[in-house]
Design a protein around this ligand. Structure first.
Ligand code: TXA
Ligand code: MG
Length: 335
């Protein structure tokens, strides 16, 4: 199949593709999504084939107007209403009890559905011109999420009908996923909206242990996506935990072949190995914005081992930590 690269003026063409059951890569403020008509089970099934995604991993349904939510869910509790008012449109996904309208392919056998109202205007326009859209991140399953149209093409050219080029994603990491299908609400995946912001809005919330720790061998994942290998570059990624100087010393004294440093900007000049910077040490937003792109860049070099400085876990740093710890398959060395 030939994959069309569409401009932001060609959303109408993309909407036609969606309506006839096709797949479109679309920009959102978090990462690019791979979209299909959420109410067309056959179209949704083809998302899984294009990505090589396990069928037991449910998808997020994207809406462009709050009125679209009612037919999709069984209940819309008060706390969900507060969060919607405060954070939608934006990088927050809410898990709610699903209605019968949600195809089996979207919810992967669960009795809940994940709903998100994205902030990106192209995404919203595409939804309003077609239908609610089921969309996972538009990467091949297991590789870093795409933050521009070229990343999507690198993974999906020939596998999907079209990609809309909407430039770089503003945030660069996926949305926060919170389940409101239980009390207290629980964060399953940290993202653009922080735990602090959610607590300020609705009070007690818990953070699922799988956000920062590997799932036990027989543990059941609350969010099926958490049990799979994720975001991984081809090289072996290892996190180094310690001071800036200890990080620099460890990397510089390594005699392994193909070492690359995924580092903070201020450490670049002190490293004697190839470097890819993710941003200033104290600027977690910039690190979030650059992380996936940096992992993809590393894949274009002959790096075999990537040493990354273990990120701070506060604010949006928790989301950076959650992604990079999975990309590193939980390998951390204290330095
Ligand atoms: O920012 C985002 O959320 C992006 C953009 C495209 O909107 N989408 C995204 O989708 O990251 P995906 O499929 O790559 O990640 C969705 C995560 C997965 O870990 C999945 O298991 C979880 O959300 N999820 C979806 N529906 C769920 C449900 N009903 N219950 C529990 N977890 C769910
Ligand atoms: Mg994903």
């Amino acid at each position: 199949m030939k994959t069309l690269l569409l401009s932001a003026d060609e959303i109408g063409k993309a909407a036609e593709i969606i309506k006839r059951g096709g797949l479109v890569g679309m920009p959102t403020e978090t990462v690019y999504g791979l979209a299909a008509d959420a109410l067309n089970g056959k179209a949704v099934a083809s998302i899984f084939r294009a990505k090589g995604r396990p069928m037991d991993n449910p998808l997020i349904v994207h809406i462009s107007d709050i009125s679209q939510i009612k037919p999709l869910v069984k209940e819309f509790p008060e706390k969900a209403r507060i969060l919607a008012e405060k954070f939608w449109p934006g990088p927050l996904t809410m898990i709610l009890p699903r209605s019968e309208l949600i195809p089996e392919e979207v919810s992967a056998g669960l009795d809940t559905v994940a709903i998100r109202f994205p902030g990106n205007e192209i995404a919203r326009k595409l939804i309003s011109m077609s239908s609610p859209l089921a969309a996972p991140s538009a990467n091949l399953s297991g590789s870093p999420s795409p933050t521009n149209a070229r990343h999507v093409m690198d993974d999906m050219d020939g596998r999907i009908d079209a990609v809309i080029d909407g430039g770089e994603c503003a945030i660069g990491l996926e949305s926060t996923v919170i389940t409101l299908a239980e009390e207290p609400p629980r964060i399953l995946r940290p993202g653009g909206i922080t735990a602090g912001q959610l607590r300020d809005a609705i009070g007690e919330i818990v953070i699922d242990p799988a956000v920062t720790h590997p799932l036990g061998k027989d543990a059941k994942a609350a969010s099926p996506g958490m049990k799979y290998k994720h975001y991984s570059p081809r090289a072996e990624l290892i996190l180094l935990k310690g001071s800036s100087q200890a990080y620099i010393d460890y990397v510089n004294s390594s005699d392994e072949e193909g070492v690359t440093a995924l580092c903070y900007e201020e450490d670049m000049d002190k490293l004697k190995k190839p470097v890819i910077a993710v941003g200033p040490a104290d600027d977690l937003e910039t690190q979030a914005h650059n992380l996936f792109s940096a992992l993809r860049e590393a894949d274009k070099t002959d790096a075999r081992i990537i040493y990354a400085h273990c990120p701070e876990k506060h604010g949006i740093g928790l989301a950076v930590y959650n992604r990079i710890i999975r990309a590193a398959a939980f390998r951390i060395i204290e330095v």
